[in-house]
Design a binder for this molecule. Structure first.
Ligand code: G1P
Length: 278
């Protein structure tokens, strides 16, 4: 059974400067809820209630967000405004939160390896909160992936087809289709040029990883952009055993970019947000 979900949240958020100068990019709100909370809710809904945050300098607001604010509770308890706290109270009641700090930014693979002390020797989920995945009438993306893990017991990456001109922003897979949008990965490349991309199937920020990934990451040399790439470690896993790629059901917004962030905001406001709940 998967219990833990790792959130790499140490990145700088350069594209949102100056908003992210002293505020973590993961705390930027989509309407009234910080991006990272959407991810944590998706994990908890999938049964992953132990949340492992790999944070860094300047990220204290995230730790504070997932804790009680006594002053606020005291001020608004018993008033009509109390309902605004319902959704974060739900998260705090259900989840437990642990964190460690990544001291140097050496890539996603390095962030995952930094989280080993929180995960230990068990399979775990990973959510990149920049990728907002919504499937509000149905199961969340992580819940869909947990079901697959329970069946196949190997690492799984979420994928989506993207236009070839965007492929350079993503990890890309190729593999043999096993049916139902599920592929057995044969190739994985981090951020290839369109002419080098094996397909247009891009990795989206949802993963389930088996714990052997840690040893593989320790032995993975820096790759694209001089960073330790999770994609490279997954390629090793695929060569040694099995990695699956899954075309998930749901919508995904690239909230690491301003247009994606605005699109997500409009979508949530029009389709999900209701004052006092969300
Ligand atoms: C990371 C991964 C990449 C993946 C992407 C999904 O890249 O390295 O393989 O496709 O997340 O959002 P980043 O966007 O952090 O540069």
């Amino acid at each position: 059974m998967i219990r833990k979900c790792l959130f790499p949240v140490a990145g700088y958020g350069t594209r949102f400067l100056p908003a992210t100068k002293s505020m973590p990019k993961e705390m930027l709100p989509i309407v009234n809820k910080p991006l990272v909370q959407y991810g944590v809710e998706e994990a908890i809904d999938a049964g992953l209630k132990e949340i492992a945050l790999v944070t860094g300098r300047g990220k204290r607001a995230i730790a504070d967000h997932f804790d009680i604010s006594y002053e606020l509770e005291n001020q608004i308890a018993g008033t009509s405004k109390e309902r605004y706290l319902d959704c974060i109270r739900n998260v705090l009641e259900q989840g437990t939160f642990m964190m460690t700090r990544q001291r140097q930014m050496k890539g996603l693979g390095h962030a995952i390896l930094t989280g080993e002390c929180l995960i230990g020797d068990e399979a775990f989920g990973v959510i990149l909160s920049d990728d907002l995945c919504l499937n509000h009438d149905d199961e969340g993306v992580m819940a869909q992936m947990v079901k697959l893990y329970n069946q196949f017991r190997c690492s799984i990456v979420a994928i989506q087809e993207v236009p070839m001109e965007d492929i350079e922003k993503y990890g890309v897979i190729a593999g043999e289709e096993m049916g139902d949008g599920l592929y057995r990965v044969s190739t994985m490349v981090e951020k290839p040029k369109p002419e080098d991309a094996p397909t247009n199937m891009a990795v989206i920020g949802r993963y389930i990883l088996t714990p052997d990934i840690f040893d593989i990451l320790r032995n993975t040399p820096p790759g694209k952009n001089g960073e330790v790439q999770l994609t490279d470690a997954l390629m090793t896993q695929a060569q040694n055993g099995c990695v699956l790629a899954y075309k998930f059901r749901g919508k995904r917004f690239d909230c690491g970019s301003v247009p994606g962030f605005i699109e997500a905001t409009n979508y949530v406001y029009e389709n999900i947000y209701a004052e006092g709940s969300a």
